[in-house]
Design a protein around this ligand. Structure first.
Ligand code: DGL
Length: 274
């Protein structure tokens, strides 16, 4: 049996967004072994109802528990905004989300904070609440960007259309003269080359992916479950096509990952609205 501290950490997203968190894990917690799950058969999450998101995340956590993980990282802002609080109460295992670490990092550097996020995350108001809990005087503007996730999943990272839509989404934030921009969706760092062209250089960019990993490190130390052995190779699972995920991921991972198929309770029909 694997010693408790050397078990894997479960990390999930709807798709390739979670890779931005995975890269931070490799950088800041290189000894940790990871189980990655991408719910690619059901993405995007950001236009789904709260009931659907809650159900999908429950299914993922239940499956990850069968894989004997020691901690779960929601590498998905939408899941963190909608499901984290309820699920932390339901499960004994430590579960971490992106909103608080991201919001706290932003409050440290800015007073006029713009958030780009999925429609579900923007509508949840989670970032504004988290920021204003720390400092009620800080202003927050949240913009739902429904098209980004699919453009990234379709590898449209450099197209003229992606640039144009990015300009449109960011315009209202630029008009508010934001001094800080939060990537409120883990997919968005994959478009950093575009955002840097649009956003003035004095605007500080906060990627919550970095800050959730800093929080995870503290939590592992506090709980005495930080790995004390070299990491095993990351195990990748997706609910959609393993081949598509492997091909798309290669540009960020620098290698072609071995990806397995894992079906959860698919398909699911739920009619509840956000
Ligand atoms: N990458 C996820 C997030 O951070 C989910 C995006 C989606 O599937 O809409 O919100």
């Amino acid at each position: 049996m694997v010693e408790s501290r050397n078990r894997r950490i479960g990390l999930f997203d709807s798709g390739v967004g979670g890779l931005t968190v995975l890269k931070q894990m490799y950088h800041r917690l290189p000894q940790e072994s990871i189980l990655y799950f991408g719910d690619t058969a059901r993405l995007p999450y950001g236009t789904r109802s709260q009931a659907e998101i809650l159900q999908f995340v429950r299914e993922i956590i239940d499956w990850m528990l069968t894989q004997d993980v020691k901690m779960i990282i929601m590498a998905c802002n939408t899941s963190s905004a909608i499901a984290l609080e309820s699920l932390q109460k339901e499960y004994d295992i430590p579960i971490l989300g992106l909103i608080l670490p991201g919001a706290r990092a932003a409050v440290r550097v800015g007073q006029r904070i713009g958030v780009i996020a999925t429609p579900a995350t923007a509508a949840s108001n989670a970032y504004r609440q988290a920021v204003q809990e720390v400092d009620p005087a800080t202003r927050v503007w949240q913009i739902g960007c429904p098209e980004f996730v699919m453009l990234i999943e379709q590898n449209q990272l450099h197209s003229a259309y992606t640039k144009q839509i990015a300009q449109e989404y960011l315009q209202p934030l630029l008009e508010q003269k934001i001094d800080t921009l939060i990537y409120g969706c883990t997919h968005y760092r994959h478009l950093e080359h575009i955002f840097r062209l649009i956003v003035p250089s004095y605007v500080k960019i906060i990627d919550p992916a970095e800050h959730i990993v800093i929080a995870a490190k503290k939590e592992l130390e506090l709980m005495g479950i930080k790995s004390n052995r070299p990491a095993l190779a990351t195990r990748f699972y997706v609910s959609g096509s393993p081949k598509d995920f492997a091909q798309l991921s290669r540009q960020w991972l620098g290698y072609v990952p071995l990806v397995h198929s894992q079906q959860l309770n698919i398909p699911v029909e739920i009619s509840d609205q956000i």
